[in-house]
Every structure is written in C-alpha cells, then in structure tokens.
Ligand binder design. Structure first.
Ligand code: GLC
Ligand code: MG
Length: 558
C-alpha cells in the first residue's frame, strides 16, 4: 500500500480551480425548506436558509430541478427549461437565490435534464399532434411497433423505473399509432440527440442560465443521450448502472455510447466562453472508473459523480481499492476525483451502512423489509463521512446528511410518490425514503420545514431528535462533526493535497494527506494510534487508553 496519488494534469501542472476541491451540497428543493406552508419546499425557502450552509462551511450548492414540470418524476420531467415551477416560486426567486448565494460566497449549480423532456413539453405535444415522419416527431424517438399491426413495442428495452420503455400513441384519427421511447417514466419521452435542433436548443438553454449567473450544471443521465443507432434488443433487466464492461457482456445499447462525448465538448466550449469558472458535472452511472474518466477529459466535463465509491462495501480492502482506483482513473485524464455517499436516488448512507455488509444496494426500504440497524448505520456513516472528507478532490453532500438523517424506512406505502413503486408493480419501494422534508426545529410544526404541519412526504417521529436546533453547538453531534471536518479540511487543504497510503493491515486504513494522518478502523479490535499522535477530530470517542474503536475514523497529526 504505497500508492502516492497527486492530482495533476497531463503536463504535470497541478489542476486548480474552485471546483477541484469544493464541497458541494445538494439541495432537493421539494424537501429543503417551505416558505409558504403548502408542504412543498420552494426557492424562497432555500434563500431564507442559506446562512445554514455558510455556517456548515460548504463551497457550493447544487439544486435538483425547479423548472415547470407536471412532477411525474419530482421535477426530472421538465416542461419548460427557462422558467420556474410555480410550486417552487417564480423566475425572480431564482435570480434572488443566485444573488444571495453569491453574496455569501456560495456558488450555485443547477440541474440540467437533457435525456428527456416532460410529456407536457410543447415539443412533445406538437409531436403527438403531428404525423409519423414529421419534423415534430423527429425531436423524439418514435418508431413503428413490431408485429403484424405494430402492436408490439419496437424493441425489448425496459424502463429504469420498471415496465416497458415504450408507450404507444394514438394517431389523429384515434387509431393506435407509433411508439415513443422513454427510458424512465411514460411522462419522460427521450429526446433524439441525432437531431441538430435538439442540440441547438440545449446550447441556448445553457446560455440562458449562464447569463443568469449560475456557476455550473449537474447533467442528468449524462450517459444516456445517445442510443445505439439500430436500437437493438437488450435482453437484460434495465438498470441505470449498467455501463459495465465485462468480457462476456457487450455495452448496453442505451448507455455510455461514444457519441455522447461530442455533445459535452460542444457544451464545454460554451461554458469556457463565460467569465468565471463554470462547471459541468456528469451524472453517469458508468463502470469501470476508466470509462467514467472519459467524461472528464480536459475538453469535456469538469467532474463526474463517483458512484463506484458510493456503492463500495464497508470493508478496508473494498474502500482501499475504490479510493485508489478512483484517484488513478481521474489522474490519468488530469481531472480531480469526486466523492459522494448519498443523494436523492439512493438509500441514505446512515441507513445503508446499517444493513449487513455485502447487502446489494436496496432500491428503497419499506414496511416489511429487513430494517437497518440505526445505531450501527449512523456510527458507520459518521466514520465514512470523515474518511470521505479527508480525501483529495471534491465531495458532494446531500441535504440532511449533516444531521445524520436516516432513510424513512417505515413510510406507509400509500404515501409513496416515486413512480418506481407503481411501475415496478409494487416490488421496488423506490426513492421516497431519502426525500423526506428535513427537520430544522424539534418543536416546530413540520419540524421547522415550513410554517405549517404540511409535508409532501410524511416525516417520521424520530425527526425531532435529528433537528438542527438539537445539534447545533452540541459537542459530539453529527452536525458539529461535519462543521469541524469542513473547517479542518479547508485549514489543511485536504482537497488539494496528495494521498499517501500507510501500511496498516486488513482491518484498518491509514493514509497521510495535507499534513494530517487519517485512520479508519473497520475491524473488531481497537486500533492503537502511534505514540504521541495529536488527535484533531474523530467520528466517535476513542477508548479509555486512546485507541480507535470499531467503525471510527480519526484525523491526527503524527
Ligand atoms: C437521474 C435523477 C433521477 C431521475 C432520473 C431521470 O438519475 O437523479 O432522480 O429520476 O435521472 O431523470
Ligand atoms: Mg412551498
């Protein structure tokens, strides 16, 4: 274990820029803060809570979509890319949020959803009204069905949310007509990225938001835009993470096609024509790390989410392997590495890590499912977070994880809103459990989420003990652990230093970075610290004789 990984570009110069080491906080607008009491978070609610993010010590926020949308997939179904959904506010509220964030030194990244529009988008309405073969239909992926009367879908692709990826439409005379492709919900028709009109439209959308001052874009399903031209059958069950390249298995025809890269090169040229450092972040569920690294070559995107890291098991060898591999893969293309443990699509890490090690990634947890061990999950989540925040590169946090929030694992099924639950025939619970409005004040209505009791997803009773006002200035709370970590990370320049592993056996990981040494104990026996170690931070108290207990991370000066 003596890999010495520095972040540098191929010419040998260190890569610089705010984003290379930024800690970026994901806001899920529906669930962050509700200003008007309708039970749905909104932009004025976010603006009113920006000081929390300054207090926490993050560098930037990324906002999940807030654009006009029928909300078939919680806003990832956009019907107008240049406005604000009335549930969330108005365009001036977005401008105010950006200005207020900037005045506090926070950058703002917005979500861009280019793989599909909403079925309520004027383009799709026009496509339905137009004839097969028309320019209106050519913006989407319409095909004739198979079978004598076209009654079967054009191919066997499945939707990520379950069920077929094709829906049949009616012709003007009311008779069954062509089929359209939707890799996600029926309300999310896939765009046809071979069509120059689609490309031009998105260049213009980029400029619209760049002109309003945003610092970048998180690009939704960045690995999905281009499909294999023949739309060949794919006999596998659909999974968003299936870019996997195995000897015996070809690349899926809908993911990670080489043609996507030209699109991002063109976008990069637009971003680079603006002052300041505006960035592109790929949401690309692509394996292996070398394939993912192609999205962050010097003339493409700046960052890509590291989902391989998020998916890695909680063992020393697995964590060592994924960290080393991630650093090496991005280093080879001269990009910084990113790290992430939670987001709005996965079971929160405070619950995920409370499942037995090796449990496959659950798609939601509900009543009747094996329940995570909450105390163990939180303990491991805190250790995992301190490990992550000590790594060089950029880190993503998901709202509420700074409170140690667990997944809502006992949400009544009737309350679920994620299309996954219905489309999977009630077999996959989906993502509602990580999207519950977050608690600010233990004794206020909706735990301070808004001025009323209303909350679009039910908040569990345990939210009171996780509320921000129960943790702020409380030594040892999860919130204070995050705050101290972010302060030290900045002080020791951990985000832009070089990681060097130390030999420490199978159950413990130890590395040096930026003048600090970081140790995580995955084993059963307490791990001793070197004599004279000066402990600066730890995810839980040490043993009486100063050793590091199981599932604890420590930052110290050796
Ligand atoms: C991305 C989003 C997810 C959404 C999907 C379709 O994976 O993160 O929430 O459902 O794309 O837009
Ligand atoms: Mg509201």
């Amino acid at each position: 274990m003596n890999t010495n990984v520095t972040q540098h570009d191929p010419s040998g110069d260190p890569i610089t820029g705010w984003w290379t080491e930024a800690v970026i906080y994901q806001i899920y607008p529906r669930s962050f803060a509700d200003s008007d009491g309708d039970g749905i978070g909104d932009l004025p609610g976010i603006t009113a809570r920006l000081d929390h993010l300054v207090d926490l010590g993050v560098d930037a926020v990324w906002l999940s979509p807030f654009y006009p949308s029928p909300q078939a997939d919680a806003g990832y179904d956009v019907s107008d890319y240049r406005d604000v959904e009335p549930l969330f506010g108005r365009l001036p509220d977005a401008d105010k949020l950006i200005t207020e964030a900037h005045s506090r030194g926070l950058r703002v990244i917005v979500d861009l959803v280019p793989n599909h529009t909403s079925s309520a988008h004027p383009w799709f309405t026009a496509a339905l009204a137009a004839a097969p073969g028309s320019p209106e239909r050519a913006r989407y992926v319409f095909r004739d069905g198979r079978g004598p009367a076209g009654e079967q879908p054009p191919n066997d692709w499945q939707s990520v949310f379950g069920g077929p990826a094709w829906t049949r439409v009616a012709d003007a005379d009311g008779r069954p007509g062509q089929w359209y492709l939707h890799l996600f919900d029926t309300g999310q028709p896939d765009l046809n990225w071979d069509n120059p009109e689609v490309r031009t439209e998105f260049l213009d959308i980029l400029r619209f938001w760049l002109d309003r001052g945003v610092d970048g874009f998180r690009v939704d399903v960045a690995h999905g835009l281009v499909k294999q031209a023949d739309l060949a059958d794919w006999r596998e069950p659909q999974e968003i993470l299936s870019g996997r390249e195995e000897e015996d298995k070809p690349r899926p025809p809908m993911w990670d096609q080489d043609g996507v890269h030209e699109i991002y090169r063109e976008w990069r040229r637009v971003l680079d024509s603006y002052p300041g450092e505006r960035i592109l972040v790929a949401e690309a569920w692509v394996e292996p790390a070398e394939r993912l690294a192609r999205y962050v070559r010097p003339d493409e995107m700046h960052q890509a989410f590291n989902f391989e890291y998020l998916l890695a098991s909680w063992t020393a060898p697995a964590q060592y392997a994924v960290i080393t591999r991630s650093l090496e893969a991005t280093d080879a293309v001269g990009a910084p590495t990113t790290w992430v443990l939670s987001n709005h699509d996965v079971v929160r890490h405070a619950s995920r890590l409370g499942l037995p090690v090796g449990t496959p990634r659950p798609n939601g947890i509900g009543i009747g499912d094996p329940q995570p061990d909450a105390a163990l999950g939180l303990r491991r989540a805190r250790a995992a977070t301190l490990l992550m925040l000590a790594l060089p590169g950029s880190a993503y946090l998901y709202q509420g994880e700074e409170l140690g929030l667990p997944e809502h694992t006992t949400m009544p099924d009737e309350a679920r809103q994620d299309p996954t639950w219905a489309r999977s025939g009630h077999t996959q619970r989906g993502r509602d459990g990580c999207r519950v409005p977050i608690p600010w004040e233990a004794d206020a209505p909706s735990y301070g989420f808004g001025p009323t009791d209303a909350s679009w997803l039910p908040q569990p009773a345990v939210w009171a003990e996780y509320a921000l006002d129960r943790q702020r200035d409380v030594p040892g709370s999860t919130y204070e652990m995050y705050r101290t970590a972010l302060r030290l990370r900045r002080e020791y320049a951990l985000g832009r230093s070089a990681l060097r592993w130390r030999e420490s056996g199978d159950a413990v990981l130890t590395f040096d970075n930026g003048g600090l040494t970081v140790l995580t104990n995955f084993g059963e026996a307490p791990a001793p610290l070197p004599a004279g170690a000066d402990v600066l931070h730890s995810s839980a108290p040490l043993t009486d004789d100063g050793a590091v207990p199981t599932d604890v991370t420590v930052w110290f000066r050796a």
